[in-house]
Design a protein around this ligand. Structure first.
Ligand code: LHQ
Length: 263
């Protein structure tokens, strides 16, 4: 499928995806979401891709739902947002969380509504010092979606998550870092280089095990201790049979750098 609203390129084992509707701060239409989902799903199956980077073109990361596409009209029946969220947003979150490789968000500017939620679904968040995070839903009479009510309390605790989601106030990159909500703040002109270099380093690591680690992190949100211990044992069995484990130990014993292939 040719992409009109996103750009993508692969290099050094990293698929870089750029949301590309800068004139509306990369807000999401159904068409853009379909392109993003197809690209993410292809990345999941592509052995050449061992890490994914998600960023936005222009001065914004993503302003959430394109409100021009979701405008209520007095003379029309009210829209069914339940169906919209299930179709347009939930598959994106599932695709990022099920991706058996790390996904890095490079938040170059404002991330609002579902745009912020998408960043929260990623494994690492780099943010420009000029970026901000806004749970804009409350301001327009909606509830947080796209996983925000799942990820945000886990990232920052219930008190801060409630304030962010009920007040819709802007959280700066530095605040987000101090909350433990994001991984790193970069200077605006260094964000892409730093986050891409980070993703490229991840892509040289034992990415098969990183994918399994991600599954364990996903599971720990719902499992009790016994279930989680069992899941760890199970996936350690899988990791222990991998080529990357053979290589990792061989490299350690030979005192050389490992050459992982992600399998
Ligand atoms: C936009 C948008 C936008 C269209 C900026 N849409 N044009 C799920 C299910 C169903 C329905 C609804 O939603 C959802 C999930 C959601 O994501 S709900 C939350 C939707 N997003 C928002 O409510 C955020 C709306 N945007 C804003 O509050 C501001 O634009 C922020 C705070 C993000 C940035 O403010 P500024 O830096 O002052 O930029 P701006 O407001 O001037 O925006 C620049 C342009 O982008 C402007 O167009 P213009 O033609 O005037 O230059 C905006 O209209 C356009 N834009 N967000 N979501």
């Amino acid at each position: 499928m040719a992409s009109e609203f996103i750009l993508s390129e692969t290099g050094a084992g990293v698929l870089s995806i750029t949301l590309n509707r800068p004139e509306v701060l990369n807000s999401i239409t159904a068409a853009m979401s379909a392109e993003l989902l197809a690209t993410l799903n292809r990345a999941a199956d592509d052995d050449q891709v061992r890490a994914v980077l998600l960023t936005g073109a222009g001065r914004g990361f993503c302003a959430g739902q394109d409100l021009a596409e979701a405008t209520p009209a007095a003379d029309k029946p009210r829209q069914d947002f339940a169906a919209h969220v299930r179709k347009v947003y939930n598959p994106l979150v599932r695709s990022i969380r099920r991706m058996p490789k790390p996904v890095v968000a490079a938040v170059n500017g404002v991330a609002a509504g579902a745009g912020a939620s998408l960043a929260f679904a990623c494994d690492f968040i780099f943010a420009s010092s000029q970026a901000s995070f806004i749970q804009a839903f409350a301001k327009i009479g909606l509830v947080p979606d796209t996983g925000a009510t799942f990820f945000l309390p886990r990232l920052v605790g219930t008190a801060r998550a409630t304030a962010m989601m009920m007040l819709g106030e802007k959280v700066t990159a530095d605040q987000a870092l101090s909350y433990g909500m994001i991984y790193r703040v970069s200077e605006p002109d260094k964000l892409l280089d730093e986050s891409r270099a980070f993703a490229a380093t991840l892509a040289t690591q034992a990415t098969f095990a990183l994918g399994l680690t991600k599954r364990l992190i996903n599971g720990s949100a719902a499992n009790d201790l016994d279930a989680q211990l069992e899941a760890e044992a199970d996936l350690q069995g899988t990791a222990g049979r991998s080529d990357d484990f053979q290589e990792g130990v061989a490299a350690f014993l030979a005192k050389r750098a490992a050459r992982f292939e992600g399998k």
